[in-house]
Design a protein around this ligand. Structure first.
Ligand code: PGA
Ligand code: MG
Length: 229
């Protein structure tokens, strides 16, 4: 898709944004919480570079990946469920304390949001991050005011790459498949958009665990959201 005039004064009418790795670099806080969890369990810390690659499919999958020490953990793999439940609870406690401490808004995001708002675009956050962590993070970083709606990974019974959260947000903001775009950093975002029948933009700077943004099948791929304007 030609980016020239992609985000113009008539389009999109509705923009759905992924949060972690797209609007906000939250990996430092997620890594700190993951390492606190691992230390609590007597395991070696994973560190930022590993944890970055485990983000994008929600906290339960992040914790599963951390316990397995690998990004390609598969849901079918047998796991110790009692250990997992303990680990998830420790992670949630730690992340609740650390959420937003070292996170920062990526360059280009505020310009993009301001431009879209100016042209009457209605905006929502559709993230796999558990809902209770979303509003505190947006508020802490001064992003809350831009969005009419936020959907977390546990707001509905299913999360991205299921299209349901995107469809729910699109309908709530009176969007249609022809007027709505999804902006994200990982396969979960692009696959959800494809399944919802809406175009997608992928950013190169986020967390996509070994699947570069250019290979995800998005309609446009950018290094900064400012490129869309
Ligand atoms: O919690 C996660 O796994 C990341 O959430 P995201 O959907 O905002 O990238
Ligand atoms: Mg993301």
């Amino acid at each position: 898709m030609n980016l020239n005039g992609l985000f113009n004064d008539r389009w999109p009418g509705v923009a759905l944004f992924d949060l972690d790795g797209t609007l906000v670099d939250s990996a430092p806080d997620l890594a700190a919480a993951t390492d606190r969890m691992l230390e609590h369990l007597g395991r070696p810390r994973a560190g930022l570079e590993k944890v970055r690659n485990w983000v994008g499919n929600g906290s339960p999958v992040l914790v599963r990946r951390a316990l397995a020490d690998q990004a390609d953990w598969e849901p079918a793999r047998p796991e110790d469920d009692a250990l997992f439940e303990d680990a998830l609870a420790i992670f949630f406690q730690a992340y609740g304390e650390l959420n937003g401490q070292h996170a920062r808004v990526y360059d280009g995001v505020l310009d993009c949001l301001a431009h879209l708002k100016h042209h009457g675009c209605r905006m929502a956050v559709v993230t796999n991050k558990p809902e209770r962590f979303v509003a505190p993070l947006l508020e802490r970083l001064g992003l809350a005011e831009w969005f009419e709606l936020t959907l977390g990974g546990d707001t509905l019974p299913v999360k991205k790459p299921d299209p349901a959260p995107l469809l729910r947000a699109m309908e709530a903001l009176n969007g249609t498949p022809g007027t709505t775009v999804m902006v994200g950093d990982s396969a979960a975002d692009v696959d959800a958009a494809l399944a919802a029948g809406i175009p997608s933009v992928a950013v190169r700077y986020g967390y996509n665990f070994g699947k570069p943004a250019d290979t995800l099948g998005a309609d446009a791929v950018v290094d900064s959201l400012a490129e869309l304007l």
